[in-house]
Design a protein around this ligand. Sequence first.
Ligand SMILES: [Cu+2]
Length: 136
Amino acid sequence: MVIIALVATSLAAGGVFAVVLSPPPSPCSGVSGATRSITIVADLNGYNGSKSQTGPWPVTTVHQCDRVEITIINNDTQAHGFAVTYYSNSGLEIVGGSPPQTLKFQATKIGQFTMYCSLGVCTVHQFMRTGLLNVT
Ligand SMILES: [Cu+2]
């Protein structure tokens, strides 16, 4: 009787786990979306002059399933990073004097995502923490 109860419990739990663990279908499967090109210039004024802004900067809005291409131009002599929460947490590192780099991803998830410098050592780091990507 105990054994039967245990088997029944594990089967029930297995069923629950199977439901929880099966990945949801991608909201963008089969959807190519529009391409959104964004350019960010990193220099001693921050990202696109974010040093002189009080709120989030730069701010950009795309639609869900759009293909986002963010090009980072580093006009500084020191290295800067560029990351986007959820979409690219590790981000890019652009050494001073190196060619632009482009981060590409499909905006599968709706929400607000921070665009920020993923290197903590640059001298204008405090101005590179408030970029905002809205996915609507
Ligand atoms: Cu930094």
